[in-house]
Design a protein around this ligand. Structure first.
Ligand code: SF4
Ligand code: SF4
Length: 384
């Protein structure tokens, strides 16, 4: 009987792999639920306050690191990944080098992945249910207290990079993760070895030095956190470092050599919408709330809301090259009903003033150093 069961679950695991690929996932693996090592790291990270205002990270106690506390009866977790990179998306580095354009993290250019993945995971869970009596399970995609990177690592989908994201030798890191918690004793997969080696590219290229040590991110310094998770004021000292990143940040992934192996997605749902891969900051700042709602409904960006959206763009405009068009755009929101928006617009206007003054000072110095003593000099600086 024991042997029969083993054969049954081995066959089921093989079917799950086939179904997962048919449903559009690129990788699938199965792990047990022992996350005791990760639990220590999580508790230490939380007690150091590195999670910032993400109280939900601490709220669920040990449910996050003990899957059977979240769903009683769970003994296995199926981890799955789905690529999101778009072949025709505007080049990220080009956008980051164009400070008048808006950079949006590449995972958020299409439809909200939560919806897409949840549907596919539910279909997969339904297939398992049909095949195996007594199945009890639940699907997750970044939607509940789940240590998804640790589980995916245990399931052999990749390793945790020094930037703390999951990384794979065949897929890079540009993919979403989803999980199915379940009560069936499926055979488990072997974890992959880590392949970061002596590379430190992600640490060296983080604009805010948020990766304070390998495998340790101070979320409070991270641009993804500041532009997405943080609801209030963005700390002033980080605003200039945010550049033109208005939603998320991909710099640590862009710097990672393994992302040359990232595969592009064929999912129509992840296709770039509304030119969000290379939009003008001024144009996005001109959207009214109705436009924000209609264009971004069904997008992950919608979750931050219009006020936070304007806050982020105001910061990016403050960092944009000084121009009358940028000043006009900012001034148009200087009397916003939102105190949050007003505060960031005022900061941005002051930044623009500083840039203009700096430019004038440079011009003045250049004029002085080129000028001949005498009338020409007086004329140049208009000091007659
Ligand atoms: S997302 Fe950006 S800010 Fe955050 S750790 Fe990566 S490079 Fe740094
Ligand atoms: S950039 Fe280098 S250190 Fe960072 S995750 Fe990639 S391989 Fe690892």
């Amino acid at each position: 009987m024991l042997n029969e069961n083993r054969v049954h679950y081995a066959a089921l695991a093989a079917k799950i792999r086939i179904w997962a690929l048919e449903l559009g996932f690129q990788a699938v693996g199965i792990s047990d639920i022992d996350l005791s090592t990760a639990e220590n790291g999580l508790l230490e990270w939380l007690s150091s306050g590195l999670h910032g205002e993400m109280d939900y990270m601490a709220k669920h106690g040990t449910k996050r690191s003990r899957p059977s506390e979240l769903l009683p009866g769970t003994i296995r977790v199926i981890s799955l990944s789905m690529n999101y990179a778009q072949a025709d998306a505007f080049d990220s580095r080009q956008v980051l080098l164009s400070p008048e354009r808006a950079f949006i993290s590449r995972y958020a250019l299409g439809r909200d992945y939560h919806k897409v993945l949840r549907k596919r995971l539910t279909k997969l869970a339904d297939k398992i249910r049909q095949e195996s009596e007594g199945f009890n399970g639940r699907v997750f995609t970044d939607s509940a207290p789940v240590l998804e990177v640790e589980l995916a690592q245990k399931a052999g989908l990749g390793w945790r990079g020094k930037h703390t994201l999951l990384l794979s030798r065949t897929q890079g890191s540009q993919f979403f993760l989803g999980e199915i918690y379940l009560n069936l004793p499926l055979p488990i997969d072997k974890p992959q070895k880590a392949h970061c080696g002596s590379c430190n590219n992600c640490l060296d290229n983080c604009p805010t030095q948020a990766i304070i040590a390998p495998y340790r991110v101070d979320a409070r310094r991270c641009i993804s956190y500041m532009t997405i998770e943080l609801k209030g004021h963005i700390p002033v000292e980080f605003r200039p470092l945010i550049g033109n990143r208005i939603y998320g940040c991909d710099d640590c992934q862009l710097a990672c050599p393994w992302n040359v192996f990232a595969k592009t997605s064929l999912e129509p749902d992840f296709a770039v919408r509304h030119g969000l891969d290379n939009s003008s900051l001024i144009e996005l700042f001109a959207w009214d709330e109705a436009t924000f709602n209609s264009r971004l409904a069904g997008s992950a960006i919608y979750r931050i809301g219009f006020e936070q959206w304007l806050r982020n763009i105001a910061v990016a405009l403050g960092n944009a090259p000084a121009s009358p068009a940028v000043m006009t755009a900012l001034q148009s929101r200087a009397t916003s009903t939102s105190a949050l928006v007003r505060a960031h617009v005022n900061w941005a206007l002051a930044q623009q003033d500083r840039l203009v003054n700096h430019r004038q000072a440079l011009n003045f110095n250049a004029a002085v150093s080129n000028a001949q003593p005498g009338a020409n000099f007086i004329q140049t600086i208009g000091a007659d």
